[in-house]
Write a protein that binds this ligand. Structure first.
Ligand code: IMP
Ligand code: MG
Length: 171
C-alpha cells in the first residue's frame, strides 16, 4: 500500500477558515447545535468550531451501517446525542459525503426530533458516488472517487491522526 498527498494541512486550514466564515454568515442569529459525526469528524469539527464566531453548543452522533446497507439503506445509531433539538438549528459536521446513505438518515433523525432546520457541512464530497438524494449546504473540497485517509478519515480505524489527506493506493 502507498500514499499520495491529496490535500495538505495548509490547504485544509485555509478551507476551514473559508467554511467557518460562510457558516457564520448563514447561521449567525440562530440557536445552533453542532453535531459531529463520529469518529471521522473529530479534527474537522474541532478546527471549524474554533474558527466560527457563531455561538453554539455541540454534541455527537455515531452510526453504523448494517450488512448490505447499500441495498437496504439502513443504519444503526450507536451513539445518540443528549440534546433537545426542538426548534433548534442543527449543523451536522461530517468528514466525507460518499453515497449519502448515512447522512440522509442522520438528517432525518434530527428532522424527526423537530429541529427547525438541518444543515450539513462536509469537508470532502465524492459527488459521483451518490446514491441517496442528498447534498451538503457547506462543502470543503470536491474529490474524485479515491479512497482517502487522514485528518479523521480512516483505513480500518488507522491513520485518522495524519495531518494531511492522502489517497490510499493498493500495490
Ligand atoms: P456514505 O453513507 O456512503 O455517504 O458514507 C460516508 C462514510 O463512509 C463516511 O462518513 C466515512 O466514514 C466513510 N467513507 C467514505 N469514503 C471514505 C474514504 O475515502 N475514506 C475513509 N472513509 C470513507
Ligand atoms: Mg465518517
Amino acid at each position: 500500500m502507498n500514499f499520495k498527498l491529496l490535500i495538505s494541512e495548509k490547504e485544509i486550514s485555509e478551507k476551514v477558515a473559508v467554511l467557518a466564515a460562510e457558516i457564520d454568515t448563514v447561521l449567525r442569529d440562530d440557536e445552533v447545535v453542532v453535531i459531529g459525526v463520529l469518529k471521522g469528524a473529530l479534527f474537522f469539527m474541532a478546527d471549524l468550531l474554533r474558527k466560527m464566531k457563531t455561538k453554539v453548543v455541540y454534541d455527537f452522533i455515531q452510526a453504523k451501517s448494517y450488512e448490505g446497507m447499500e441495498t437496504t439503506g439502513k443504519i444503526k445509531i450507536l451513539k445518540e446525542p443528549n440534546t433537545d433539538f426542538t426548534g433548534k438549528t442543527v449543523l451536522i459536521v461530517e468528514d466525507i459525503l460518499d453515497t449519502g446513505i448515512t447522512l440522509s438518515q442522520i438528517k432525518s433523525y434530527f428532522e424527526e426530533r423537530k429541529a427547525k432546520k438541518v444543515y450539513i457541512c462536509t469537508l470532502l464530497n465524492k459527488r459521483k458516488r451518490r446514491i441517496s438524494d442528498i447534498d451538503a449546504d457547506f462543502t470543503g473540497f470536491e474529490i474524485e472517487d479515491h479512497f482517502v485517509v487522514g485528518y479523521g478519515l480512516d483505513y480500518d480505524e488507522k491513520m485518522r491522526e495524519l495531518k494531511d489527506i492522502y489517497i490510499v493506493k493498493q500495490c
